[in-house]
Write a protein that binds this ligand. Sequence first.
Ligand code: B12
Ligand code: SF4
Length: 542
Amino acid sequence: MNSILYIFLPCKKVYPIGVTYLADFIHRRKPDVRQRILDLSLYPDTQRINAVRDAATEFKPDLVCFSWRDIQIFSPHEGDSSLEHAFNFYFASNPIKRIAASFAGVQQLYRYYSHIRAALSYPWLIAKEFPKSQIMIGGGAFTAFADQLILKLPEGTIGILGEGEDAILKVIEGQSLEKERYILREGKTIRKGQQGSPALLDALTVDLPYLTSIFPQHREYLGESIGVQSKRGCPYDCAFCLYPYIEGKRVRYRPPSMVVKDISQHYHQWGARRFWFTDAQFITGKEAYPQCIEILERILAEKLEIEWSGYIRTSLITPELAKLMVRSGVGDLEVAITSGSQVVLNDLHMGFKLERLYDGCRYLAEAGFKGKVILNYSLNSPKETEESLLQSVESYKMVASILGEERVFPLMFFLGIQPNTDLEARLLEEGYLSAGYNPLMLTPTSIRKLLYNPAPLNSFIAKACLRAWERKEGSRDPRKWTGSLSQTPKESGAYADQNLIRGIEGNSGRDALLSLEEILRSRRPALSPTPSVENPHVTSTG
Ligand code: B12
Ligand code: SF4
């Protein structure tokens, strides 16, 4: 095979780092293979089919690699209006609100299904109009829902779960995929492969001039946040998280010099100033300290004046790391505290102590951290009680007292149940989910289940959230959010997790927590949280 067309399936605009790494990897090993990257997110809906057809006609690819990043539309967090509609639909006492929410919900469901249908139509177009091209597909969303999606894709499509470098190389070379995590449908039979030893990342670095030449749309990302991966894998076991399933549990590091070379090339050649470490977890444990420290030291030594962010286990921040983080340009952070109760955290296997999380915040404050922190709470996790909910309110107050109230934005981020997680397995065992359920099939009943917020605490929590969201105009915080979540000034709506911005700009999470406290205390005035002694710690998130 001599030519590869990569097609990044549409999602909210975010730098398509996965396909850039794949193309770069193939180029280093097979410099004669022609490659092109097409990012469909940058086209309006109506022009995407033609963009695919034109690119395939012009480029005549032997292999078309579709990269499917996101499917999720019903995000389980309050930055997304779908959560608000869902809560109004299920819990609002005012019937008019319930009716309005049901209309909005139907529209959202329509958008959700149209998005999936449209994404599937592009591989079908290639299969019908360019039958000689082999089709491959991978990416985060594909990995999450491979069992369901492979049934909807043209027969013969090679699906790859997780990283794709070696698999694409093998297809190009006509080698067997038996040692790769592939999934393939032949008629009604599904065949799967197991990954042998995952690739080491010691030679992974981006040749930016080459990338620039095969990705003409890269200009759209000048001024945007650029993804950089410094390691793959996460050794933790957080019950709801899919990242170890996607990337593996074994942590593989890229040499810091190569990571910073990527940053430096983007800095000097594209003028990039904002970066996001796309690692499942930037600080995966004490073993990661030398790599993290060297990356930050090199950013400083090379005088790269950047702003960076990523998923950071705050509990693992040491005073030294905090200083380096601040000096090397750490921006706003998203911290998944999840709960203020150590019992709830332990039950979710989060693997951190709340006390260490608070320590990490203290070190950041002492180092002069001036960014903002989104504090993600997954209220009503298994083992939640009224007391533990109050402990979550206390934990917010604690972090706010360390970093300053004006810097801390709690966000209600309910547990979303994802396939292939411990949480899903547990809920299947308990009968909360039924075996064989389709995680992509959304109905009012399944949405209610998948946005995990079970009885009996659900109604207080929903009431507190709805109360806060109703009041949110009053609590609007006009300060701009920077870092990974920000948008370029001229192009509002351009950035990745723009949804979350709604949540923090209104700072409605704070109101939701305080309303919850009010509701719980008014029900049982005697309830006083015993601040859990061996309390908190932080984490990354998903
Ligand atoms: C970093 C990250 C973010 C960052 C991105 C920052 C940035 N500037 O890039 C932020 C925080 C902004 C973010 C936001 C969201 N994210 Co996110 N994110 C991730 C994360 C942790 C890493 C993605 C990444 O860049 N990896 C590094 C690159 C190199 O890997 P990659 O792109 O996956 O590509 C590799 C493989 O997938 C594969 N591959 C990719 N394409 C192809 C194609 C072929 C043919 C083959 C063979 C292989 C292949 O090979 C590549 C190289 O090895 C993943 C989870 C994970 N651990 O993968 C979630 C993940 C991709 N995100 C997810 C989601 C849902 C979102 C949001 C929609 C969440 C929300 N707000 O509701 C938003 C919106 C994103 C957007 N489009 O705007 C989901 C997607 C699955 C799903 N349920 O749909 C994931 C998988 C997390 C999860 N829930 O499990 N995210
Ligand atoms: S939540 Fe973060 S630390 Fe936990 S398993 Fe997922 S990526 Fe790892």
